[in-house]
Structure formats: C-alpha cells, structure tokens
Design a protein. Sequence first.
Length: 171
Amino acid sequence: MDRGNAAGDELNGFLGLGGDPAATQAAFNTYLNSTGYQFNRQQGLDAVNQSKASQGLFNSGSTLQALDNYATGEANQYGQQYAGDLAGVANTGEGAVNALTGAATNNANAQSSNNNSAATVAANAGLASAAQTNGLIGNAFTLAGTLRGATSFGGGSGSGGGGSLNPTPGG
C-alpha cells in the first residue's frame, strides 16, 4: 500500500497534477535521471550522430534536426512507459487496499452473523424456559384443582367447596 501511494504521488507529480510545482519538478527530475531513459536517449543520440557523421553531415542543421526529433520521440515514448509503470505500481497498492477492505468487510459480516445466531439461540432458550414455567404453573393449578375435587381449575363440581381453591370453612 505504501509503495502504491508513493507511486501514485510520483505519477501525479509527473503529470503535473496536485498543484505542487516542487513535486512536479522533482517527479520530472526522477524521470529524467532514470536509468532506462538516460541509456536509451544516449544510445539514440549516438546513433544519429554516427549516421550523420558517416554522411559527412556531423555539424549540420540536418543533424541538429535529427537529434531533436529523436530526443522528442524518445522522451514521449519513454514518458508514456514511465507513466504506465508508475500506474501499475499505484494500481497494485490500490488492489492491496481493496483486498484489506474486503477482508475487513467479510470479517464484520461474519461477526454480525455469529452475533445474530447467538442472540437467536438465547431468545429461543428464553422462550423455551418461559413455556416450561407456564406449563409448570398450569400443572400446579390442575393438580390443586384435582386435590380439591375439581376436574379443572375454577370449574367442576364435587365435595368440599365445589371445586374452589378457596373453600369456606367447614364446608
């Protein structure tokens, strides 16, 4: 990511983006002093000079024009390659950021899913416990009614108070 950011900054400077003239000049100097550019430029200029010298035109206007044309073409071609190389490194850094972001998102989603599952299990356990408690209470009332002679809570007929849980004394 750091190299991608550095390449992106260098590319912005090389292209004159960002509004910082010092960064633009520094990026251009880095380009001019790069090994590939200097080697290719010098080889081409030497080839033009040798060709013109062999024609007897070493110090002519024709030679100067050929040198200028070669240098301009070389600068353009190598500049495009240099910008492409910087963009490749910047894209690699961007890919690293995206990969880390994706991993973090996946992790957050997994944790959220796990938390939701745990909450569902806890809620279901609470509901089951409440249902058991309600069942026990219902059974207790049924038992109490049966012991008092009723067939169910609050109803039925029988001896000893008519099935009520609150019998009257002596009755």
